[in-house]
Design a protein around this ligand. Structure first.
Ligand code: FE
Length: 201
């Protein structure tokens, strides 16, 4: 499986240099590590995943768009302006009453940047990368996701050639909701597949 040479594990040379640079800039008082953490958090949990949430909410409310996602996810997602690096080859995997999908990159940290932003630290961690494959049900349980025993769990291993986005099940109790109303229910973790979409308050 081909993987991007710039985000392999263990940390590539550029990653180490970035860390060294951060340390020097912090020591010289040129950057505030807390501000840097806030910036990373913004891209990891807020700006990035909002794009994916828009894709999912649109799929929940527009059957034509859902069909397009099923047949050519890359083009459908790009039509919303979310394309480019690390999102060139997208596939959407759909949760149903009997199938639950979860995404991992077993070799490194391949992740659909245009729709989800930066990968969370746990996604890149060796335990997640191995256990998502060997024991996905207990990984899900650790995220508080308990699925019926009969639910089939499908694990998708991302590569540079294919990035996956989970289409969570639309939560019950949201009949008639607009895409705008639905978007906040679509969390990053639901689109990785470790959780289900949030329930309406
Ligand atoms: Fe990877």
């Amino acid at each position: 499986m081909p993987h991007d040479p710039d985000h392999t594990e263990p940390p590539s040379d550029p990653a180490l240099r970035a860390k060294a640079l951060e340390t020097i800039l912090t020591e010289k008082g040129l950057i505030d590590p807390a501000a840097l953490d806030a910036l990373i958090d913004t891209y990891e949990t807020r700006i990035g995943p909002r794009n994916g949430a828009k894709v999912v909410a649109k799929a929940w409310t527009e059957p034509d768009f859902l069909d397009w996602l099923r047949t050519d996810a890359t083009a459908a997602i790009e039509s919303l302006g979310f394309g480019g690096r690390q999102g060139e080859h997208m596939r959407v995997v759909e949760n149903t009453e009997v199938i639950h999908n979860i995404v991992v990159c077993t070799l490194c940290s391949c992740y659909p940047w245009p729709v989800l932003g930066l990968p969370p630290v746990w996604y890149k961690s060796p335990p997640y990368r191995s256990r998502a494959v060997s024991d996905p049900r207990s990984v899900l349980a650790e995220f508080g996701t308990e699925l019926p025993a009969e639910t089939e769990i499908r694990v998708w291993d991302s590569t540079a050639e294919m990035r996956y986005l989970v289409l969570p099940k639309r939560p019950a109790g949201t009949e008639g909701w607009s895409a705008e109303q639905l978007k906040p229910l679509v969390t990053r973790n639901a689109m990785i597949g470790v959780e289900e979409a949030a329930r309406p308050a």
